[in-house]
Structure formats: C-alpha cells, structure tokens
Write a protein that binds this ligand. Structure first.
Ligand SMILES: Cc1ncc(COP(=O)(O)O)c(C=O)c1O
Length: 387
C-alpha cells in the first residue's frame, strides 16, 4: 500500500513542523524543552474531582449534540460577565472537542471549494491545514515584530479578493504572545464589515494576559453578528487532555457548525463537560495562581533572551516568547537543530507557524522557572559560540 490511496487534499497537507522536530527530541536525553505548547501544571484538583464524580455517578453516556445545557448556560454567563456579549445558551453556544474541533467545524461549515480565508501569521499550526481540509484556500498575511505582530489594515485589505469568505484571528497569539489592541481589532472589524467577511476569533488564551486587557472580538460594535467565537479550557485551566472547548455564534451560523459536529463527533466527552462546569464555576483562583507563575517566568525569559542579544518582543499573553535569532547567521530550522544538538535545549522553528515566523523561534515558558534558568545558561554558552 502506498500514498496513492490517500485523497489528494490529505497528501497535500504538510506534516506539522512541530511534530517532526519533537520526534527527534523524544529520542534524546537531558533535553530542556521550551517546545511544548501546553501548561506544565496538572488540572486543578477540584476540576479533576468533578470529572471523577461524573464518572462515579454513571455519567458515561452521550449528551445532546450541542453539549449539556447547564454547561452552555454557564459558558453564556461567563462570556457575558467578562465581555458583555450575550449568547442564547440553547441556540448560540455549542460544546466541542477542544478549539481544534471548533476550528474544523467553522472551516467546514463556512467554506465552499476555493473560497479563501485570510490568516495573519505566524499563527497556530492547524489554521492553514483546517482551511485546506475543508476545501478552502488559506491566504497568509505575514505580520512583523515592528508592528507588534498585529495585522496591518493595508496588508489585510490587499489580501481580500472576491473569493474571500472569512478571516481567522487568534489573540492572545500562539506563537508570538501578542495581544491585539482594541484599535487593531477595530480596524479588522471595519474591513470585515466593508467586505462582508465572517470573523473566526480563536480566544483560547483569553485569561492568560499580563497587565493588558483582552478584547473579545464579538464585543466590538456590529461584530457579534459576523463572528464565530472560539474558546476553551485547555490553556486557561490546564485541561489539554480533557479535550473540551466551545463555539459561540449567531443562531444560523451555529446551526451549521452543529450539523457537522453531529455527524462527525456526536457530542464532546461527557465527563470533560462536567469538569468544565466546575472549571467555570470555581476555577478562577487556580487560573490566577497559574497566571502569576507564568508572568514570573515570562519576565525571566524575555529579559534573559534580550540580554543574550536575541531581540525579543514583549509578549503580553499566552505563554510563549518569540526571539529573533538572525544575529546568529542561521535560519530558524538550523538554529533549532544546532541548539538541540549542542546544548540540548528544544525550541520550535518560527517557520512552523507560517510566513512571518522566519528568523524567529518559539520558546514556551509553560515549564518550571528553574528549567528556564538552566535553558538560559545553556543558551548563553551557545551564543558565546554563535552570537
Ligand atoms: C491558538 C490555539 N488554538 C487552538 C489550539 C487547540 O486547542 P484545544 O486543546 O482547545 O483543541 C491551540 C493549541 O495549542 C492553540 O494554541
């Protein structure tokens, strides 16, 4: 058997740059990994207990397609409390298998063959692939460190064609840590309205911001009616393995997403839904503790990288630093491989995240403070040879 049997759209997908790299890391000893895009914390205890309780009470069945109504009500109340946007729990919110599934649903429900979705990059590795799998065309628009990794309105407008259906934004951003300003989002809103585009807003890291405000895209004037808001539990509540998230959108759009979900997934894991209820009801102090610790590490790593001569933009969200490594004369892939080989520190090449990632690497600070200190010492030795 060979690849011939696979569908062309699958053959066309590039394997994720991150996976390839971490297959190598997995074979090595004594590596400090700044590569992982998930919290090093385990899920807070009361949330774990809620999952266990759920199982013990025999909650081992499907839920309704859109998820438990109780969870949808709590998600609705949560969005309204934090961002002032109202969604009807019965018809405008659905529970998904992480934001990953929600992205797949949004793309599949929106895109006709050949329709384009504009994607500011660098961005989460799945965005382009999800658009391709849905039969659409991802159109990357690179952002730059000079612009704080935010989308320039002229660049956005220049990428719009008669085939453009949507724009997919993700702030706080993976991999840059950028948090979009209200002004920048208002520009996206203005152009989306002008060109009648749908906005898919991935706000998975919304509670992981440091000293700045997270602006929820559908809270902007006129935007609720053209936005699919994606949110979740993986990063805020350290729940990556539970596989749970949500989508909120105006009723007619949400119906489309639920239709795809109903035939592909049926319903999100029931015990994870029960654990998510506990997370939203009682998880805020645990989130605050984790956020404070990320912030301490953020200051350590950003100051440390800049001191080593690797210009690093100050990230105000998520848990990633994105240093520019071109002073070493290496491209980002060579840098990552050489650093791993010589100093056993794993980082992710910026090109894994699309255009605009070239010449940068992603360093996750979702790892212990002491490990980051040790990684910085190893990097210092590396820079003495290559800086
Ligand atoms: C920006 C962004 N969106 C979505 C995801 C997928 O998250 P989930 O675990 O909710 O599927 C990730 C995971 O790294 C991410 O960084």
């Amino acid at each position: 058997m060979d690849q011939r049997y696979l569908a062309q759209r699958v053959i066309n997908l590039k394997p994720s740059g991150i996976r390839k790299f971490f297959d190598i890391v997995a074979t090595m000893k004594d590596v400090i990994s700044l590569g992982i895009g998930e919290p090093d914390f385990t899920t807070p205890e009361s949330i774990v207990q809620a999952g266990i309780q759920s199982l013990k009470q025999g909650e081992t069945h499907y839920t309704s397609n859109a998820g438990r109504i109780k969870l949808r009500e709590i998600i609705s109340a949560h969005i309204e409390k934090h961002y002032g946007v109202k969604y009807d729990p019965a018809s405008e919110i659905m529970v998904t298998v992480g934001v990953s599934e929600a992205l797949y649903l949004a793309m599949t429900a929106l895109l006709n063959p050949g329709e384009e979705v504009i994607i500011p990059t660098p961005c989460f590795v799945a965005y382009q692939a999800e658009a391709l799998l849905a039969g659409g065309t991802p159109v990357e628009v690179a952002t730059s460190m000079q612009d704080n990794f935010l989308l320039r309105p002229e660049a956005f407008e220049a990428a719009i064609t008669p085939r453009t259906k949507a724009i997919l934004i993700g702030y706080p951003n993976n991999p840059t840590g950028a948090v979009a300003t209200r002004q920048s989002l208002l520009e996206i809103a203005r152009l989306s309205e002008k060109h009648d585009l749908i906005v898919i807003s991935d706000e998975l890291y919304d509670q992981l911001v440091y000293g700045v405000e997270h602006v929820c895209f559908p809270s902007l004037p006129g935007m609720r009616q053209r936005t699919i808001l994606l949110g979740g539990f993986s990063k805020n509540y350290a729940m990556t393995g539970w596989r749970i998230g949500y989508a909120a959108a105006p009723v007619d759009i949400l119906k489309g997403l639920v239709r795809v979900h109903q035939y592909t997934i049926m319903s999100a894991p029931t015990i994870a839904q029960d654990a998510a209820i506990e997370a939203l009801l009682n998880g805020s102090s645990a989130v605050e503790e984790m956020r404070n610790e990320y912030n301490r590490r953020r200051q350590l790593i950003v100051t440390g990288l800049n001191r080593l001569g690797l210009p690093t933009f100050e990230p105000h969200g998520a848990f990633y630093a994105f240093p520019q490594i071109s002073v070493t004369g290496m491209d980002d892939e060579t840098f990552a491989h050489t650093l791993l080989e010589e100093e056993r520190v794993a980082v992710v090449p910026g090109t894994a995240f699309g255009k605009g990632g070239e010449g940068f690497v992603r360093c996750s600070y979702a790892t212990a403070y002491e490990k980051i200190e040790e990684a910085l010492e190893r990097l210092a030795a590396f820079m003495r040879r290559h800086g």
